[in-house]
Design a protein around this ligand. Sequence first.
Ligand code: 8NA
Ligand code: MG
Ligand code: MG
Ligand code: MG
Length: 376
Amino acid sequence: QARSLLSRYRGCLAGAVIGDCVGAVFEGAWADSIAIVKIIKEDEKIREAAEKRKRENENPDGEVSNGEIWTFTDDTAMARSVAKSLIKHNGFNARDMARRFSEEYFNERFRGYGGSVTVVFQKLQETEYENPFEPAKKQFEGQGSYGNGGAMRIAPAGLFGYKDNDFHRLRDLAKDITNITHSHYQAIQGAVLQAYAVDLALRVEGHLDADEFLNDLIKQMKLMEKETERFTKMTNEKVARDRGEERSSASEHPYCDKLEKIKTFLKQEAPPSPEEIDEELGTDVSALESVPAAIFAFLYATKDIPYLENRNLFEKTVMYAISLGGDTDTIATMAAAIAGACYGEEQLPEHWKLCCEGVDDALEDAEQLYNLSQSS
Ligand code: 8NA
Ligand code: MG
Ligand code: MG
Ligand code: MG
């Protein structure tokens, strides 16, 4: 099935919005054996809302629809700022992006932002975006935030960087975008990993080879983790000392370890349980414990999953990602961005597109990013 590049761009950004909107319903939920059934029920609700909307649209003289809407959260609010800033400047402009992040937050504070990132918005505004990277560096006593707030918004960078076909340039772009709010190396590495995954997904032709996909990611992440190896070792040892342990057993290349673990999960006979996935990959608000889960969901969706037999690969990715529990909107938005880039807009269910807030806006941004990718 040939998927046009434009369809992939649109699938990626609109897909990300859908993952956020549907995932947000389940944010913080614990994964359990009936998680998928609850998600199917929610999907039924969306289908009914879409039917209602369509009927009302066909009958313009009838009652005006105040039809139910699945609203987006901080993930989409920030992703659209990234997209619009890249489009406006045909590249990265730190001050402009910082301003967009902050203004978006102060206009709509209710979008469910992370607990600490709002301090950054406050300081950025107070200093009139003079030094757009400074406030983030001061977070967590100078450590920087390791939250997934960089990775959750990075998909437009994957679309913007696609034409260069250059991992180093894409890495630098994802770093810059993330550094405005998240300076911890794990937040940055997670955002780079997610950007790479989107880029690779855009390039998948025909059959998706999970091993090849993972090996490509591991190759790039090895280089990145090599650079932070010594620092990671020091940090791990300090944490161990603080806990009164003699040695640290923590890894110096945690992203590569998790990507390897995904390979194992995909190969093993019995499907991994939600508990195992949470334990080995993680499903929380940190970048390290959510980006690998999103990549895993995307790859696992090519398998047979109970209750999802009649769904396409995009739907399976989103529903399975949500079923992992934890930071569901963010894991689903990241998994959906990758799946949308791989499978194209054709796989986005009509009723999700109709009822998720912000889909049309994302489609327009995607179109403009596509146009930029076609001009040099
Ligand atoms: P952030 O930078 O505020 O980080 C999120 C949280 O991670 C912080 O509030 C801290 O608890 C913790 N954290 C990050 N760095 C450190 C550190 N160096 N030391 C100790 N603790 C640390 O915000 P963000 O933009 O990264 O957050 C993104 C997530 O928050 C997304 O999931 C988004 O949807 C949102 N969110 C998630 C939930 C949830 O429970 N899943 C709820 C509301 C909002
Ligand atoms: Mg969110
Ligand atoms: Mg955990
Ligand atoms: Mg979240």
